[in-house]
Design a protein around this ligand. Structure first.
Ligand SMILES: [Cu+2]
Length: 499
């Protein structure tokens, strides 16, 4: 990739000398709200609060006065009964990123507008067959997602027990590493920041914590990028990331990675085995998207201690199989184009999908429930974009025309930028197969760039999944209805003020 400098691996010994005098912050998992008896009861309050980011105290709008709010721990089959109290000056709502649940009513409904000084009760079921894994939550109020996530409004969710197929891994240490960054200038959090440039990166809100591991010990790290725009290119010298899941989807085999490139919103769940005793930097390498540059930063120090564990747990070798969607009949092929508008007159309109800026009153894509579709997603810009669709996962089958080995599904994918070839601009291209087969997704939702500044500035589209029975009923009554309108405030009446 262009403009990417690999910062040479820091020598462990040198690093140890530099870090020795600093007071160490100990790593800790985020606080948790766990479901009980099949129900997740909880309250998230959106309000300004004073929080610590690295060495600085800043006032910013967060959940529950915490830079890293509670991790929600739920089980497949649970009822989510979460209250969102909005004590901030702007509207809010919650998107449950990666959830395959209803997008309607009091479900994962991004069209909800929960106005200041109200409380909304989310109430929806997580299907009993929902894939377990790491997910996350954040506001999805257009066009305020960048200021809201960048200000600190994001947290983690874990569904079920993704290690269940591997009884040999039962009880290994679980570390949740939620990566969040905050841009601070002159002592203040930058509102609606431009993505590029220095930003203070934290893990679970902790700045450069120390993570302990024993030499030879196997740990389960659940790494999520819950920032607004930033990419993380992670390295950990002398260690390997053995990926078992991506975006809450178990792989069909162990995938070995020396470097983890984590676009905004993506999650990797990995096994890490402690190297010989020493200190090792978990490093975010310098990274450029072609449009935005992120300097390197150490995220944590891994402290490996001896003696080496006597009977190390072997890595799993047998994974449950995952259906390969290339075998499914394709109901429809679509080309979806992500582009930069290069619009100098209106800073709020900079990015398009299929030539259009987002319009909440327009349905851009209508899909019949039960269809499996192949989407070729093109990026004509000279910078990276990130494709994410709500309510379903997808299978990446090709990148820039090259077939991809099938290792599992994902809900977020990096879109390579366009390149000049023989004087011609060739778009970056990712081909995905999307199963619109789960009846739970019937309704309206969105797909968009997950560099959320881009989505705020137009790079988002509305999709409607309709059940065939509903189509025939509508056709009988009023003729075909291919483009019903979304009324942004249609659910406001369902707001339940609670005092
Ligand atoms: Cu983008």
């Amino acid at each position: 990739m262009r403009n990417i400098t690999i910062v040479s691996t820091v020598l462990t010994t040198m690093f140890a000398t530099c870090g020795a005098s600093m007071a160490a912050t100990q790593f800790a998992n985020p606080p948790e709200i766990a479901s009980a008896n099949g129900v997740l009861n909880g309250l998230l309050t959106v309000a300004p609060a004073r929080v610590r980011v690295g060495s600085k105290q800043v006032v910013t709008t967060v959940y529950n006065r915490l830079l890293m709010p509670p991790l929600l721990r739920v089980q497949p089959g649970d009822q989510v009964q979460l209250q969102l109290r909005n004590d901030a000056a702007q509207s809010a709502n919650i998107h449950y990123h990666g959830f395959q649940v209803t997008p309607l009513g009091s479900g994962d409904n991004v069209f909800l507008d929960i106005t200041p000084a109200t409380t909304f009760s989310y109430d929806f079921e997580i299907p009993a067959d929902h894939p377990p894994g790491l997910y996350w939550y954040h506001p999805h109020v257009h066009p305020e997602v960048n200021p809201q996530i960048a200000g600190g409004l994001s947290g983690g969710i874990i569904i079920g027990n993704i290690l269940a197929p591997f009884p040999e891994l039962a009880g290994i240490p679980e570390r949740v590493l939620l990566l969040k960054d905050t841009k601070i200038r002159r002592g203040k959090v930058v509102r609606n920041p431009d993505p590029t440039g220095p930003t203070t990166r934290t893990i679970n809100g902790l700045f450069k914590p120390r993570i302990h591991i024993q030499a030879g010990e196997l740990q389960f790290w659940r790494i999520g990028n819950i920032g607004a725009n930033i990419y993380y290119k992670l390295t950990l010298p002398q260690h390997v990331f053995h990926v078992i899941a991506q975006d809450g989807n178990l792989k069909n085999r162990l995938v070995r990675k020396e470097t983890l490139l984590i676009p905004p919103a993506a999650r990797y769940e990995v096994l890490v085995r402690g190297a010989k005793p020493g200190r090792y930097p978990l490093q975010a390498q310098r990274f450029s998207t072609g449009g935005d540059d992120y300097p390197a930063q150490r995220l944590a120090t891994i402290v490996s201690r001896g003696p080496r564990v006597a009977n190390p747990i072997p890595l799993p070798t047998s994974f449950p199989s995952v259906p390969d969607l290339r075998r499914a009949p394709i109901a429809r092929n679509r080309v979806i184009t992500f582009a930069n508008a290069n619009n100098s007159t209106n800073p709020a309109k900079q990015f398009t999908i299929n030539g259009k800026f987002y319009n909440h009153n327009r349905i851009d894509t209508t899909v019949r429930l039960g269809s499996v579709e192949r989407w070729t997603i093109r990026n004509t810009a000279d910078e990276l974009h990130v494709f994410h669709i709500h309510q379903t996962d997808f299978q990446v089958v090709a990148v820039d025309g090259k077939r991809r080995r099938f290792t599992g599904y994902q809900d977020t994918v990096n879109l390579p930028f366009a390149r000049r070839k023989n004087g011609r601009l060739v778009p970056g291209e990712v081909t995905v197969i999307i199963p619109f087969t789960n009846p739970v997704m019937v309704g309206q939702f969105v797909y968009h760039c997950h560099i959320v500044q881009h989505a705020d500035q137009g790079m988002m589209a509305n999709i409607q999944v309709v059940s065939p029975t509903a189509i025939s009923a509508a056709a009988g009554a009023h003729g075909p209805t291919d483009a019903p309108r979304i009324i942004r405030h249609e659910h406001t009446a369902k707001l339940k003020p609670i005092e």
